[in-house]
Design a binder for this molecule. Structure first.
Ligand SMILES: [Zn+2]
Length: 306
């Protein structure tokens, strides 16, 4: 009887192991993968490409793998995800939303461009028309031709990867600005600590945008950002917000609070709207102060536009 019961428990246990390992696999949405070919790499995550002109992706992949190791250690996990490299022409078929070539991460997939991103093309054209002195800070970092995908693809892919670490546990954060701050703080911390030779690639373009002021931003309040987000802000206005978050992320990480990323990660998960009610700004500020840091609640309390 006892033996029989033991055997039953083992069967029961293995049933759950199978279920839970299936559960882990199902986190990655494989529907965008169809029609892509798998690239053999030394890394634990799956890499898929939409064509074979893959010579420019080696450095990007290597840095993503280093970022994965860094984030896995901080967030105490071994995140499973897939990286897709998709050319602009096939973007609509494999990516979740436009614009072609701009990194995005959702449902366990990091989707990156194989061609120059449409955003880089547009911004590079604008920069090309500026007087030479405005280009002077960009050329030593992004090359004489100013290749902005060194920022938009190679650096932002790390920001996107960081999003997967909270999306895995909950996809409805209390505020969009908080999830963007988290991804940018994670990216900044990784590059600063583990990929120092990419620091200027990460920092120079934001400096350039911040120096150019507020004239591209029609909407400037955090409420605007929540309500309009990517869909209803112009690309320049959305970027203006992201650069403000970058500035805050940089000063928070530079201040040297070693466990702030874990605390913010836990906060995003514990207060996810799937399991908690929406907090008012006052409640959010109090809880951020208590559970994360005043450096984060200060962003909400002292945002310069109301
Ligand atoms: Zn983001």
């Amino acid at each position: 009887m006892y033996k029989l019961r033991a055997r039953h428990s083992i069967t029961f246990l293995s049933f759950f192991l199978i279920i839970s390992s299936r559960g882990q696999e199902s986190w990655i949405d494989t529907s965008p993968h169809s029609g892509l070919s798998e690239l053999r790499t030394d890394f634990s995550f799956k890499t898929l490409v939409s064509n074979n002109s893959v010579k420019s992706i080696t450095g990007t992949l290597k840095r993503l793998n280093e970022a994965k190791q860094y984030f896995d250690e901080i967030f105490n996990t071994d995140l499973d995800f897939a990286v897709l490299f998709v050319e602009n022409e096939k973007w609509g078929k494999h990516a979740y939303f436009p614009p072609p070539g701009l990194p995005q991460a959702i449902h366990g997939n990091v989707i990156l461009g194989l061609d120059k991103s449409v955003l880089s093309i547009t911004v590079e054209e604008t920069i090309d028309r500026l007087p030479e002195q405005h280009q002077a800070m960009l050329k030593p970092v992004y090359g004489d031709d100013i290749n902005l995908d060194l920022f938009y693809r190679d650096i932002l892919s790390i920001h996107e990867l960081a999003h997967l670490y909270h999306f895995k546990e909950g996809t409805k954060p209390q505020r969009k600005w908080l999830q963007e701050l988290f991804a940018t703080m994670s990216m900044y911390s990784f590059v600063k600590e583990k990929s120092k030779n990419a620091y200027n690639l990460m920092n120079t373009y934001p400096e350039f945008v911040l120096n150019s002021g507020n004239r591209m931003a029609e909407h400037k309040t955090l409420k605007d950002f929540e309500e309009k987000y990517v869909q209803n802000l112009s690309p320049q206005n959305y970027e203006w917000f992201q650069m403000q978050f970058y500035q805050h992320a940089r000063s928070i990480i530079d201040s040297g609070d070693r466990h702030i990323l874990e605390r913010l990660h836990n906060f995003l998960i514990n207060t996810d709207l799937d399991r908690t009610a929406r907090l008012s700004d006052e409640e959010l500020s109090l809880r951020l102060k208590k559970e994360v840091s005043t450096s984060v609640s200060d962003i909400l309390d002292t945002w310069m536009y109301r």
